[in-house]
Design a protein around this ligand. Structure first.
Ligand SMILES: Nc1ncnc2c1ncn2[C@@H]1O[C@H](COP(=O)(O)OP(=O)(O)OP(=O)(O)O)[C@@H](O)[C@H]1O
Ligand SMILES: Nc1nc2c(ncn2[C@@H]2O[C@H](COP(=O)(O)O)[C@@H](O)[C@H]2O)c(=O)[nH]1
Length: 205
């Protein structure tokens, strides 16, 4: 028996650790049924990024209007751009009993923790700092200056690891996906056991 409401899963981690890569690998697997919440950003699209698939790309004015109209579950300014999670999709999908997956940076994750303390928080960690630097530089999507800014932010983000329920190492993409799958299954089992015990305690079916 599943809980009626879906599970909100929040994955974050430092820039370049491989969050986007692991998320895409997770969503390409038929054995994992999660629903990805597409974020809104004021960042310019990278080559190959598609509106409504990778992000909803908006102007700063449009984003600020979304903030004023309470359309975002959380938002943050990260290295000069706004990023935020549209609240309607998350609420609707959880209410349908489906699990929602957010891939967001740490400031936003801490805001989700306040709004949804029952969510599951996973921190994706690099095998080493030098490997992290290699990955950010190797991706080749940012200028030298932006890489420096992201590396600086990454060091601060690594310090937030303790605030998460689980830390998953992204040494290999497939292994990281397996670990996340195992955590999500274990979390569902734990919640079902708690719900059953609580119902027995109350004497209801
Ligand atoms: N396990 C891995 N081993 C080696 N390279 C990896 C691994 N995971 C991701 N990468 C590579 O690291 C680079 C950064 O990955 P990705 O863009 O997914 O990171 P990110 O955490 O989403 O970054 P950002 O927060 O800046 O968007 C990419 O070039 C990707 O191919
Ligand atoms: N707080 C939020 N952070 C988000 C959201 N969507 C993405 N992100 C994070 O921003 C950085 C930079 O992303 P990039 O695509 O420019 O490399 C990265 O850590 C993303 O996880 C969001 O809705 N809220």
């Amino acid at each position: 028996m599943r809980n009626e409401r879906g599970l909100l899963i929040v994955m974050s981690g430092p820039s370049g650790v491989g969050k986007g890569t692991v998320r895409k690998a997770l969503f390409s697997r038929p054995d994992i049924k999660l629903h990805y919440s597409v974020s809104v950003t004021t960042r310019k699209p990278r080559e190959g990024e598609v509106e409504g698939v990778d992000y909803f790309f908006r102007t700063r004015e449009q984003f600020e209007q979304m903030i004023r109209e309470n359309k975002l579950l959380e938002w943050a300014e990260y290295v000069g751009n706004y990023y935020g999670t549209p609240i309607d999709y998350v609420e609707k999908t959880l209410a349908e009993g489906k699990d929602v997956f957010l891939e967001i940076e740490v400031q936003g994750a801490m805001k989700v923790r306040r709004a949804f303390p029952e969510a599951l928080f996973i921190f994706l960690a690099p095998p080493s700092l030098s490997e992290l630097e290699k990955r950010i530089i190797g991706r080749g999507t940012e200028s030298k200056e932006l890489i420096e800014n992201r590396l600086q932010a990454a060091k601060e983000e690594l310090e937030m690891m303790d605030a998460y329920d689980y830390v998953v190492e992204n040494d290999e993409v497939d292994l990281a996906c397996e670990r996340i799958k195992a955590i999500v299954i274990a979390e569902h089992c734990r919640r079902e056991r708690v719900a059953e015990r609580y119902k027995r305690m109350l004497g209801v079916e």
